[in-house]
Design a protein around this ligand. Structure first.
Ligand code: HEM
Length: 167
């Protein structure tokens, strides 16, 4: 099928997108840490513009491309597995981190030197753990066989429903 032929290209797009997205999320907190009013107005403005454009022109579009290519991969490869649902939950945390970085960029830009960005160490550690968890899931594709649930929920018990079913 024609869609199956697209899988290698979509995967390449997905991986290129996530390299730019995740690389940028690592870079931005460090770039934000340079927003120190003591460096002078011209340099401050140059750094502020660089972080703003990096976020809006490179990192956010890369995130959108990653998500769109990943969604197509789910539909074409029909990956409906527990590891994928867990991966998507952790990707949601990555998206929340992305939003938080955008919020810091806006608050640094709009409060004219009074808002100080956080130190990059803690955000980088959080980001590293999130990406490591996603990569472990997607590359290991664990079975989660122990998560099948109790028998009374997964096996038909052959009982009647407690009400009449319209025929
Ligand atoms: C909403 C966002 C995302 C969706 C819907 C998604 C979905 C998918 C799907 C369906 C595959 C194909 C799996 C297979 O072929 O068995 C895939 C591959 C992959 N994804 Fe994602 N993904 C997303 C975000 C991410 C992120 C943020 C990362 C890394 C930080 C990531 C890392 C990877 C990698 C490394 C592969 C290749 C795995 C392989 O071929 O064995 N994905 N993704």
């Amino acid at each position: 099928m024609i869609f199956q032929d697209l899988v290698p290209y979509l995967k390449a797009l997905h991986i290129l997108g996530l390299i730019v997205w995740c690389g940028g999320l690592f870079a931005l907190p460090s770039m934000l840490a340079w927003h120190d009013p003591a460096i002078g107005q011209a340099d401050y403005r140059r750094i502020r513009r660089t972080t703003h454009y990096t976020y809006t022109i490179a990192i956010t579009p890369a995130a959108v491309i990653t998500v769109i290519a990943g969604t197509w991969l789910i539909l074409i490869r029909e990956v409906y597995e527990p590891w994928l649902y867990l991966k998507l939950f952790i990707v949601a945390l990555l998206v929340a981190f992305h939003g938080w970085v955008g919020h810091i960029i806006v608050s640094v830009a709009e409060t004219a030197g009074t808002s100080r960005p956080p130190s990059p160490a803690v955000p980088s550690l959080l980001l590293f753990s999130t990406i490591l968890a996603i990569l472990t899931l997607v590359l290991g594709k664990p079975e989660f066989a122990q998560l099948t649930g109790p028998e009374w929920l997964t096996e038909p018990l052959g009982r009647q429903l407690p009400f009449d079913v319209p025929s």
